[in-house]
Structures are given as structure tokens and as C-alpha cells.
Design a protein around this ligand. Structure first.
Ligand SMILES: [Zn+2]
Ligand SMILES: [Zn+2]
Length: 330
């Protein structure tokens, strides 16, 4: 699970209420979690959080533990500091009523909180010397932590608003349209790279273990005419740049039905891969070549989640099972 249990509960609660169904307590929700749903802190490797969210969550969680009467942290935490009927102006920091509300409300909460010793929290940051993104420990008093969150606040709000709107458009508008049988001719394509597949063998000598080949997995989920078609393109070319993306796109578009007239392509937004002038310049050529109108949509950084995540993981699991059973290479 990529959410905290509180965030998952808040979504469940919201969904139940919107459907006028009974809800339950957080403790009941936690107790009845199916065993196959692993908590985020039990996952061996979670690379799915973006830097905006991870920095914010780390710092705000520390705040929530230390400050009395503050609302518990979940994905609706920001709403306590925005107007009740929030608009884009609130999220973009242009609303006169709620701009600066975070600091003023926090000052109220802190009034009732006994002074604490040094607080510690962590943040993923780029190290200037190693040029790697590393987890750094931060410390400071309550005022410094509030100031730290307040500095993250404008960028985090903008990022969250974009993420929510994009997810809403994808789930409530683009996907139902593409799946509708009444709108044949309109499709939705989600594309992404999976983490490279490492070609491990079941019985390998030690030298081979430290020098394994890798494969690129390029995933696509195609929503069209009441069906989702999933596919993974496998290549020994390990480049994930614009050059290879053009080849994958070409191959992919060649495989789509001839009845398709309008195609929306959604992807994550790294500029080294999908979101750059080279790919944008290619689109008109692809439109002419394949006779379709193409629209490009980009998810907020590190939020290109959807069916394509499941596709990559499923393919890797199936292949690994066969490798372990010695069914693959004779
Ligand atoms: Zn994020
Ligand atoms: Zn406002």
C-alpha cells in the first residue's frame, strides 16, 4: 500500500459517505486490513513517493505527533488551512482569505502545547558533493519545524492540486469516455517504463550473480471500447530516452485498431523521457502516419499511477516464478 493507513481510511470514509453507506472506525478499518495488503513501512523498497509529498509527510507527521489538538495527519490535512469551499486560488496561494492561514492556525495550536525539546524529522534532498538524492536528518525547535513546513507549503499545495485534478480527469472523464461503447473511435493510452528486469537464473555461479543482464520493460495500458488491453514491450536496449521512446510509440501505435480516431496518451512527466520538445514535435507526424488525432496528458511528477504499474509487476512475477521453477532456459 502506497498510502498511510490513515490516508487509506480517509478515502474509504469519504467514499462510503458519498455512496450513503455505513462507515466504520479507524481501529476497525485497521484491524480488518487483509493480510495481503502490506503497510508502506513493511515494503522493502518504496520508490513511489515524490519529493514534494515525502518531505511534507515526514515533517507534518512529526508536527502532528508533537502538537496538541492539531487534526490528525491524513490526505485531508491541508483542507484545515484552506477555505471551506476551496478554489484554485486557495491552492495556488492567491486567495486573500486563506493565504498565510497555515502559520496563524499553527500558532493557535502551539499555544496549548507544552514546550518540547529538539524535534527530529527527515527529508530526501540532493547532496551537493555526491550529487545523489539522500535521506537527511533534520532537527530544530517547534518554531523552526513550523517554518520549515510553511516554506514547503506553497509548492506542495500547487503540486497536490495538480495531482488531484489530473487524477480526477483521468478517472472520472478520460477513462469512462475511452471505455464507453457509445464513443467508439476514442481511446486512452497510458504508457510508462517499469524498473528494468534483472535476468537472474535459478542456479547461477557467483560471478554471474554480480554481473547480471538487464532488460527494459515498456508498458502500455489501452482503454478502448469497454476493455483494457495491457501489453509490455521487452527490449535489451537499456536506454529510456526520447530516441527509444519514439520507437516504442511507433510500434505501439501500429498495433492499435483501425477504428481508432482520437487517442489521449497519458504518462508520467520526466523531461528526459516523455515530456520534451522532441516528443511534442513528433506528434503531428504520428497523427498523419496513423490517421488519428493525438492529445498528450502528463501526470504530476511521480504520480503517473494506474494500470501500468500492475502490468510491469505482474510480468516480472510470472517470469521469476518460471525461472525459479527452471522452466525458462534449458
Ligand atoms: Zn507528490
Ligand atoms: Zn481560500
Amino acid at each position: 500500500m502506497l498510502l498511510s493507513i490513515r490516508e487509506a481510511f480517509a478515502l474509504f470514509d469519504e467514499d462510503q459517505i458519498s455512496k450513503r453507506r455505513d462507515t466504520c472506525s479507524l481501529s476497525h478499518f485497521t484491524r480488518t486490513r487483509p493480510q495481503y495488503v502490506k503497510l508502506a513501512n513493511n515494503m522493502p523498497h518504496n520508490m513511489c513517493l515524490c519529493t514534494y509529498h515525502s518531505k511534507y509527510i515526514e515533517a507534518v507527521t512529526t508536527l502532528c505527533k508533537k502538537v496538541q489538538n492539531i487534526p490528525n495527519y491524513d490526505n485531508s490535512f491541508v483542507n484545515h488551512f484552506l477555505c471551506k469551499e476551496s478554489s484554485i486560488a486557495c491552492w495556488y496561494g492567491n486567495c486573500e482569505k486563506c493565504s498565510g492561514k497555515f502559520v496563524s492556525k499553527m500558532e493557535e495550536f502551539v499555544l496549548n502545547t507544552p514546550s518540547t525539546s529538539t524535534l527530529k524529522w527527515s527529508a530526501w534532498e540532493k547532496d551537493v558533493s555526491t550529487k545523489r538524492v539522500e535521506k537527511k536528518e533534520k532537527s530544530g525547535n517547534m518554531d523552526e519545524l513550523i517554518n520549515y513546513v510553511n516554506n514547503l507549503w506553497p509548492q506542495f499545495l500547487e503540486h497536490s492540486f495538480n495531482k488531484r485534478e489530473q487524477a480526477l480527469t483521468f478517472n472520472e472523464f478520460d477513462r469512462p469516455r475511452a471505455l464507453s461503447t457509445a464513443l467508439v473511435g476514442e481511446g486512452l493510452l497510458q504508457i510508462d517504463f517499469a524498473e528494468n528486469y534483472v535476468c537472474e537464473a535459478q542456479d547461477e555461479v557467483q560471478n554471474a550473480h554480480w554481473n547480471q543482464r538487464q532488460l527494459t520493460l515498456f508498458k502500455r495500458g489501452f482503454y478502448y471500447n469497454n476493455a483494457l488491453q495491457a501489453k509490455v514491450y521487452v527490449s535489451d536496449n537499456l536506454s529510456h530516452t526520447k530516441d527509444t521512446i519514439v520507437t516504442y510509440l511507433w510500434k505501439l501505435l501500429s498495433s492499435l485498431p483501425s477504428s481508432l480516431k482520437i487517442l489521449k496518451i497519458s504518462s508520467d512527466g520526466p523531461s528526459s523521457q516523455f515530456k520534451n520538445k522532441f516528443i511534442a514535435a513528433l506528434i503531428p507526424y504520428l497523427e498523419i502516419k496513423f490517421g488519428i488525432k493525438i492529445f498528450r496528458n502528463y501526470f504530476a511528477t511521480s504520480h503517473g499511477k494506474g494500470c501500468v504499474d500492475g502490468i510491469g509487476a505482474t510480468v516480472k512475477t510470472v517470469v521469476r516464478k518460471h525461472v525459479i521453477a527452471r522452466n525458462i532456459i534449458k
